[in-house]
Design a protein around this ligand. Sequence first.
Ligand code: E4P
Length: 221
Amino acid sequence: MRIFLDTANLEEIRTAVRWGVCAGVTTNPTLYAKESASGVSYRERVVAIAELVGGHVSAECVSRTADDLVEEARAIASWHPNVVVKIPADEAGIEAIHRVSAEGIRVNTTLIFSVNQALLVANAGAAFVSPFVGRLDDIDHDGTDLVRETVELLDRYHMPTQVIAASIRGPRHVTAAAAAGAHIATVPFKVLRQMLQHPLTDRGIAAFLADWERAQTAVGR
Ligand code: E4P
């Protein structure tokens, strides 16, 4: 399973790129709003991200009719060759997904909360579907079940749409998404850090360093 970063923050992306674990980035209006104090437009930020990472960068449409979504998706797709356009899974969205996918624009369908939504937009031509794990867990449904069922169904019918486990709240969601067969998990930087952390690793490093110092003293260096 590949790891995408779910952020519009350049420092977080630079760090994940240095770690060699950032296969792509997903953004949305909320994540961009957190960065808007920097004064850059959404387009400028998405292009800056695309220049930092080698993989896909998802940028979200905000239009509310199919015609406007198509126009916005075409514009967003022109920003950078690695940009994937995010469109939500509603009636205007599915029409727009069908129309722009036929033009070769890759769409990441966002706000997926059911297998049927994923099945429909995959038929309409979506390159990616993003089931929202955390938001389903928040309402006492099992978000990981949705990821597993979506992967199994798309696989059974040999559909090329890839599954991005989204709305990830913690490291256990990432493990569960991988076990469920997600192609990609998009994770906040905080979760990426948590995935690497273990108190026994820290304790082990401290013990090895202390022993090293003791050995150096013993041999007189
Ligand atoms: C990713 O594509 C989504 O926009 C993101 O994972 C949403 O996560 P949230 O539920 O934490 O807002």
